[in-house]
Design a protein around this ligand. Structure first.
Ligand SMILES: [Zn+2]
Length: 369
């Protein structure tokens, strides 16, 4: 078994969004389920480690964000304290009095997990943080997100841990547009492979990140958008991994794998329509774990993004954590067409989407020549 760090603190639940899908119950309910499953708290099984986040510094937040964004968040939070009500940072991103601190601890939780992996205290980590991050770019906090935790984790790995090659797999149903925009021209130092597998942007927020958006300059070919049609289901994910994601990772040889771990692609999610099932999430982590063993000293870290079925989120996260531990015990559902997957959509993935991706990426990857 691998030692898996679960990074959480009550501050993540204090980012109060009221009656909003991205609410505190997402993490409090999940932590309760993890306690029942003996993964968190006093009665946890020995290979699960509970780690406290630390607070990211402003200097670190500025690696990915402008002072204008930071000041907007601070001012929104100050106004909530004065008026004793919520403030809107964008149309659907809400601030409350604890939001700024929660956001600093969300990013800092990712740093704490990375530190624990590098010190050998844990092998892999899952940061159960809020607010999420993958829609935020340099200047805009948006789409329920404040600071881009995964982008800042890349910066931390390259700047503080001196790594050269980091891969991000973003499996939230929404495209990781903020992450893409931050890294579209690449990093000054180090290399990043960013793969986002998401519901087609014509059918879902944020409406950007299409297959032919592949980065520019030295990053060209290392931004990858797998735009699954609604009702793609588990088999489309397997095809995408077999045909696109795993060959790219084997060629890229990442030293660290980061996951933007969103769970709103699950068929029970109220906001999205990708029809993933419980074991889709363990499948993804099991495949990434093999890659991490081959190239990255086993290092994988997940950071929580979306996932809005409060009751079901804990099952998906439990599956990911068990898979990070190399434990094959998982919640499993029948893999048939009863979860919304559609046969013609699977055919579209296999015969249109994947060949199109291979053609677009072939100039940059030996695997697709
Ligand atoms: Zn999402």
């Amino acid at each position: 078994m691998k030692n898996v760090g679960i990074i959480y603190q009550d501050i993540y639940a204090k980012h109060d969004t009221g009656s909003h899908p991205e609410c505190a119950d997402r993490v409090t309910h999940t932590i309760e389920q993890l306690k029942e499953n003996q993964m968190y708290g006093e009665n946890r099984i020995a290979h699960f480690k509970n780690i406290d986040p630390k607070k990211a510094t402003l200097e670190q937040i500025r690696w990915s964000h402008s002072n204008a964004l930071i000041n907007k968040v601070i001012n929104a939070v100050e106004s909530t304290k004065k008026r004793n009500s919520h403030a809107y940072i964008d149309g659907d991103t809400i601030a409350s009095p604890a939001t700024y601190d929660a956001a600093l601890y969300a990013t800092g939780g990712n740093f704490a997990s990375i530190d624990a992996i590098f010190s050998g205290e844990i092998d892999r980590g899952f940061v159960i943080c809020r607010p999420p991050g993958h829609h935020s770019n340099r200047d805009y906090a948006r789409g329920f997100c404040i600071f881009n935790n995964i982008a800042l984790s890349v910066e931390y790995l390259i700047r503080a841990k001196k790594l050269n090659r980091v891969a991000i797999i973003d499996f939230d149903a929404h495209a990781g547009n903020g992450t893409e925009e931050l890294f579209y021209s690449g990093l000054p130092q180090g290399e990043l492979l960013f793969i986002s597998i998401h519901q087609h942007p014509h059918t879902l927020y944020p409406g950007t990140c299409f297959v032919d958006d592949i980065g520019e300059g030295k990053q060209k070919g290392k931004i990858v958008n797998i735009t699954l049609a609604p009702y793609s289901g588990h088999q489309s994910v397997k095809l995408s991994f077999d045909q696109i994601i795993l060959p790219m990772l084997k060629e890229f040889k990442p030293e660290f794998i980061l996951c933007s771990a969103g769970f709103d692609a699950h068929h029970n999610d109220p906001l999205c329509n990708l029809s993933f099932i419980d074991q889709t999430y363990s499948y993804i982590i099991q495949e990434l774990a093999k890659i991490s063993e081959e190239f990255a000293n086993g290092r994988i870290q997940c950071t929580l993004e979306g996932g809005y079925n409060i009751k079901h989120l804990g099952n998906s996260i439990t599956n990911v954590i068990n898979s990070l531990a190399d434990d094959k015990t998982i919640f499993k559902e029948t893999d048939d067409f009863s979860r919304g997957q559609k046969a013609d959509i699977l055919e579209y993935t296999e015969n249109k989407l994947i060949p199109q991706l291979k053609a677009i990426l072939s100039p940059y990857w030996k695997a697709f020549k």
